[in-house]
Design a protein around this ligand. Structure first.
Ligand SMILES: Nc1ncnc2c1ncn2[C@@H]1O[C@H](COP(=O)(O)OP(=O)(O)O)[C@@H](O)[C@H]1O
Ligand SMILES: [Mg+2]
Length: 159
């Protein structure tokens, strides 16, 4: 008989952000990953549908073996103290900080954004998504980070 591993404990200090449907925590055992859990319990039906739609998209993209340069990787489900969670790659900047969403940049420090670089990068993201035939309605500034890198311009990483 297999014993299921203990549920991963998600504590408030690990909270990174809140989305429309989910809370995003840093993974307590792997700082290159994050875990997303539904914020409402019981969840509403539309929340379950939105998450399912995203997981379906990830499954298709994994089958197509895309390159994950502009999309946060998905690492499967995990049992947590806040119910079932999904594990993703946690996007960090070159200095190790969790990358800020494009929405955060636009709201808090718009003057620090290189607008030309942003425009170029967003066009690149559009090409990338078209190349992999991704059709989505969730391309919002709060669904992507603007990742600062070493020796390369920042890039958007979407999820
Ligand atoms: N892969 C990631 N790397 C860094 N931060 C993330 C990542 N995914 C989500 N976040 C943070 O968590 C917040 C909520 O996550 P999100 O997946 O957009 O939730 P929802 O599914 O409810 O829309 C984001 O706005 C962002 O601040
Ligand atoms: Mg979101």
């Amino acid at each position: 008989m297999t014993v299921s591993p203990a549920a991963v404990e998600l504590q408030e200090p690990l909270l990174i952000g809140r989305g429309t449907h989910r809370l995003c925590y840093q993974h307590p055992r792997d700082n290159s990953r994050c875990i997303k859990v539904l914020s409402r319990r019981p969840p509403r039906r539309d929340q379950l549908r939105a998450v399912q739609r995203e997981l379906d998209m990830y499954r298709r993209l994994q089958q197509r073996q895309i390159d994950w340069s502009m999309l946060a990787r998905y690492h499967g489900p995990v049992e947590t103290t806040r119910g079932e969670g999904q594990v993703y790659e946690l996007i960090r900047d070159v200095d190790g900080q969790v990358a800020r969403t494009l929405e955060d940049w636009l709201r808090d420090t718009p003057e620090a954004l290189d607008k030309a670089a942003l425009l170029t990068a967003l066009r690149q993201l559009r090409r990338y998504l078209m190349h992999y035939r991704v059709i989505t309605t969730t391309l919002h500034a709060r669904n992507m980070v603007w990742q600062r890198r070493e020796d390369a311009p920042p890039r958007p990483v979407w999820w």
